[in-house]
Write a protein that binds this ligand. Sequence first.
Ligand SMILES: [Cu+2]
Length: 238
Amino acid sequence: MERIEVRAGVFAGVGTAHRLLPIGFFAVLGGCSGPLSALAPAGPAADSIVTLFLVLLGLSALSFIVIFGIFILAWRRDRSRKVRLRLFLIGGGLVFPLVLLTIATVYGVALGERITGARTSPSLTVEARAERWHWQFTRQTGRGSVTRPNVLHIPAGRTVEVIVTSSDVIHSFWVPRLAGKIDAIPGMRNRILLRADIPGRYNGVCAEFCGTGHTAMNFSVVAHDADGWAAHDKDVLP
Ligand SMILES: [Cu+2]
């Protein structure tokens, strides 16, 4: 009698969880938007990162479905029938993961080329220097250099090379809607390419804990259209 009550309690719990599932699903999805969402790309590198994420998520889901399917089959199988061990061990344990991992690796390496922009020549180079707890952006021009704190101005639709470094500890440069992260390391000059296809303001953060002011170490990237960029140039160039 006691066991029946316990089981009924478990099933009631599952029923409630089942009803709450859509609410939880949409609540989680709600976190996918916003100014720091890597799932709302505005440039080719961020776009490739989202594609890679979705492909890897799809392959993981496929793997989960196959393994869970086998689990259910094993649970419900006709016990008088013999299990084909070779199919499970070689097919499921070797061939299936090998095929999935080969697809993921080849696709990831090919897309990595696009994400890092290894063969792209930038139209502009700027330096991003991290210092607890702000960023300094310096652009060299034919007439000298211009340094501005916490706002990086770039032309929209053009590839910009950002040389990232640090004056003190390790920080990380991240503009989620435009590209991946890159560490700012003292004494090193790391390179990342940014391109914003749509003019606008994009939020950036320090993505490596660097001390008590870390959470406030934010910056912006302002991508100007052609007229805006010409006006900005006129404004800041010496
Ligand atoms: Cu930080």
